[in-house]
Ligand binder design. Sequence first.
Ligand SMILES: [Cu+2]
Length: 372
Amino acid sequence: MRLRLLFVCAFAFATCAFAKDVYLSIGGSVGAFRPDMRVFNPSSSKDIVVQAYYLPVGNGDNSAVQPVSFTVGKRQMVNYDDVVSSLFHAGNIGAIRLKSDDDFIATQRIYAVTPSTACSTGGTLGQFVPGLEASTAAKQAVLIQLKSGTSFRTNIGAVNPNGTPANVTWRLYDKNNSLVATGATGTLGVMPPFAVIGPTNITSLFNAGLADLTDAWVNFTSDQPIFAYASVVDSATTDPTFIPMSPENGTIVTPPSNSNGKTYNVSLASFVITVSPEIKLLDLNVGDTVTFHITVRDSTHGFELLDPNGGVVIAPEIFKPGDVVDRTWTVQKKGTYTYFCVNSSCGAGHSSMTGEFSIQITTVPPDSGPRY
Ligand SMILES: [Cu+2]
């Protein structure tokens, strides 16, 4: 069987069955972090040449990146400690793409270096990063066993292994398996060719607000196959766990909008915020789940929602024209909520984009005292 494949390789195709295109989704030489890479050549008959591309984070188009080449001898493993520096002579954070016309195996370990002190010997603390074949990228996958709160934090990152942009929808689910947020801040929903999203804290990526993420999971769907991973870090010890994505193909269940939840369309336009339908006094109550379906019309606008005590309900966030995002929150207090555009740096008109609605206030006291 193997000989037959070799025959096909040699005579029929430029890219044969053993050609490999492998991604190491995260590597970086920044601060105390270092990545060590190993590449193994399983062939006993042939030295192989591997082309290596360093793809910087930032979710930019990396299709112009040029490779560097190295050779791996028969049945040998080559070692690139601190690979970003030693092979690419670069710094900062990026993914690594490895290509060869022949079969190979690649792995990586990324770790933080703890320097020696007078009282203790230095060492490293890190995690394993698997080399993933491009053919195993997925249009839908989950990242489970995520934890975010006071004890743990979770970063997620992604790589687009395609020469075309990938349009990605990200969804975050909380401890109760409830959808907390759809989409991501800014432009992370579109990944240009070979773009890399660096490790990003899920609470900021999704603006998760008050959600209980002590156990959480993330799902994505994409029109192009991509790679995603999570890194769960113990805040007390900094112990990290690498979590590769698990491809799946279940139907995405959209939460019912009227069980005990309600959805409102929130339009941000120059210079007015419109909530539709209008939120009347008795429409909502404590415990209700509310989704603001926010559409940004004509300009860069921001949004923030504050509770009756001035506490943040939907964290301030700046959007681009055309952005459509859902922000879900739970009513925890009766009283008057205020919302406004937070794009204060773009002229006075934005500061007039403000409004309020009240929930279940039975009497408005004429003097002091809580209003609920
Ligand atoms: Cu505005």
